[in-house]
Write a protein that binds this ligand. Structure first.
Ligand code: IPE
Ligand code: IPE
Ligand code: MG
Length: 248
């Protein structure tokens, strides 16, 4: 019924591995619908794929992986779906603490966390604190994240610091970037979106100014190591000029 994907060459020798890969994981709902399952089963499968993807990324030598877990606009969804996502996230955080400690992964969260229940905020703080010295990969989850919200919060932080007298220099791009939630991580080199949609949906809008964009029809729960390698192959075909001239 479904077309089988062609086999991808799994070797990554001779490939430049992007330092930072950002993913808009999309298609959990459609994955479930196709199977006659409730949307939250799609999300459960989506979390399992996130867990596997962190391992694949670390194996491939990707130093930063950032995934979009929940946007500032996703609160518009039915209460049942939102609470189902919170339940899945709670369980995932517990597993993540263990696997991150075992695998030398640093975990960070970006987004406005104060809107979450206190136990989730405590869990996020614990994850960040206990993994802060890990260095194999930095895995960042964007929750209650929106690029516009992030930039707006950064501006308000700078206004407050200017009033307090702690920000005395003019606001440059670097100063603004240091007030974003992503201040500890570099800009993404490769941005992947699954499920066939071709938009940013408010993800890393400042940071992705020069990211290479890769869109695939694969629904997120089906996203495999082969699919990640295919995205990296595409990345290797790009000529990144950053406004300058080609070095080739
Ligand atoms: C992505 O899958 C996960 C979240 C946004 C939380 P979706 O839930 O958006 O899946 P579709 O787009 O409805 O298929
Ligand atoms: C973007 O996906 C948000 C996350 C992946 C968490 P959506 O499914 O919410 O985006 P739209 O509504 O299709 O733009
Ligand atoms: Mg979606």
């Amino acid at each position: 019924m479904f077309k089988r994907k062609k086999k991808t060459d799994l070797s990554v020798e001779n490939l430049t591995i992007p330092q930072h890969v950002a993913i808009i994981l999309d298609g959990n709902g459609r994955w479930a619908k196709k199977r006659g399952l409730p949307r939250n089963l799609g999300h459960a499968q989506g979390f399992a794929t996130v867990e596997k993807t962190v391992f694949h990324a670390a194996d491939l030598g990707i130093k930063y992986l950032t995934v979009y877990g929940f946007s500032t606009e996703n609160w518009k969804r039915p209460a049942e779906e939102v609470s189902g996502l919170m339940t899945l996230f709670r369980a995932y955080m517990k597993r993540l603490l263990k696997t991150a400690l075992e695998n030398d992964a640093r975990v960070l969260m970006i987004g406005e966390r104060s809107r979450f229940p206190q136990d989730i905020i405590d869990g996020i703080n614990e994850l960040e604190e206990k993994t802060k010295d890990n260095s194999r990969i930095t895995f960042t989850i964007a929750i209650n994240y929106g690029g516009r919200d992030e930039i707006t919060r950064a501006v308000n932080k700078m206004i407050q610091e200017a009033k307090d007298g702690t920000l005395t220099e003019p606001v440059t791009e670097q100063v603004l970037a240091q007030h974003l939630d992503t201040k500890l991580i570099p800009d993404p080199d490769l941005l992947i979106r699954t499920s066939g949609e071709q938009r940013l949906s408010n993800y890393l809008i400042w940071q992705s100014a020069y990211a290479e964009l890769y869109f695939t029809d694969v629904l997120w729960p089906d996203f495999s190591k082969e699919d990640l390698i295919e995205a990296i192959r595409y990345y290797n075909t790009r000529d990144r000029r950053f406004g300058g001239l080609s070095k080739k």
